[in-house]
Design a binder for this molecule. Structure first.
Ligand code: HPA
Length: 278
């Protein structure tokens, strides 16, 4: 499948007919981090399935809706449920959400995800501000004919996780009960959790956390020059760090336990994002 600008415009045209204003900030909510969406004021929710040329979320715990509304006085669009390669999507398809945000006029994107902690100093429930990523598996989502209207064929990613937004995320952590870190996220395709040997390798390579999402969206944002912040919630210690096997229950329980403080933290970032990115 070769994507064209018109392909993405079709989704944006549909949304513009329903939402009469321009969202400033896009927020992608990761596994089990969906409850933030409940705090959106005057929400307009659109099912992914109703949006032409969009994708549908197949993951349990992902609502599968785009929610437009207001948070801390800012116009936002929130993706409650995202798309992953392990669902069967091609990497090239995973550009769709961020390109839609760009066409809608979004000025900054915040990605969140659930991740396994590789760094032994991290604890479940801690939050990592992503400073960079390692993606060694799967093709680039930007593979294929370049769409120059979004960005150039070859593009720099050294400031992909926007330094000014990372600094803002640190400033907003003050007074929060959350424990914050800043580190490197390493992408694995899943859906299996990693092997203990893969986690040891990831640590040697410089990863602090591992997960199955985010990097495709981050690369798409970098391609179209979109300022980006990414927050990873450590829902578990990665495979082999502890004696016991990983469970999905643990991932959801940890995310649930910090849901309140994490939502407050995100809201604070949204309230102050105009200082650096809009
Ligand atoms: N590995 C990959 N993805 C994850 C993990 C993990 O340990 N925890 C939550 N998402």
């Amino acid at each position: 499948m070769e994507y064209t600008l018109e392909y993405f415009q079709k989704s944006a045209d549909y949304i513009r007919k329903i939402v009469p204003w321009t969202p400033e900030i896009a927020i992608v909510l990761g596994s089990a981090l969906g409850p933030f969406a409940n705090s959106i004021e005057d929400p307009i929710a659109i099912d992914y399935a109703d949006i032409p040329n969009f994708l549908v979320s197949t993951v349990v715990g992902h609502a599968g809706k785009l929610i437009f509304g207001t948070v801390a006085g800012r116009r936002v669009v929130c993706m409650s449920g995202r798309f992953h390669s392990y669902e069967g999507y091609d990497f090239e398809q995973l550009v769709i959400p961020v390109r839609l945000f760009k066409l809608l006029g979004v000025k900054a994107t915040i990605l969140t995800n659930a991740a396994g902690a590789v760094n032994a100093e991290y604890r479940p429930g801690d939050v990592m501000i992503v400073s960079d990523h390692i993606k060694m598996t799967g093709p680039s989502p930007l593979r294929g004919k370049n769409i120059d209207e979004f960005g150039p064929r070859f593009f720099d990613v050294t400031r992909m996780y926007t330094p000014e937004l990372r600094k803002l995320a640190w400033d907003c952590a003050e007074g929060s009960p959350l424990t914050l870190h800043e580190g490197v996220y390493m992408f694995f395709t899943g859906p299996q959790y990693e092997t203990p040997a893969e986690i040891r390798a990831a640590r040697i390579l410089g990863a602090d956390a591992v997960g199955m999402s985010t990097v495709t969206e981050a690369l798409t944002a970098a391609h179209c020059g979109m300022p980006l912040l990414c927050l990873s919630v450590m829902t578990n210690m990665a495979a082999g760090v502890l004696e016991q096997p990983l469970t999905t229950e643990e991932v959801f329980e940890t995310a649930k336990a910090i849901e309140g403080p994490f939502s407050d933290y995100l809201t604070k970032i949204v309230s102050r994002i105009g200082e650096v990115a809009l």
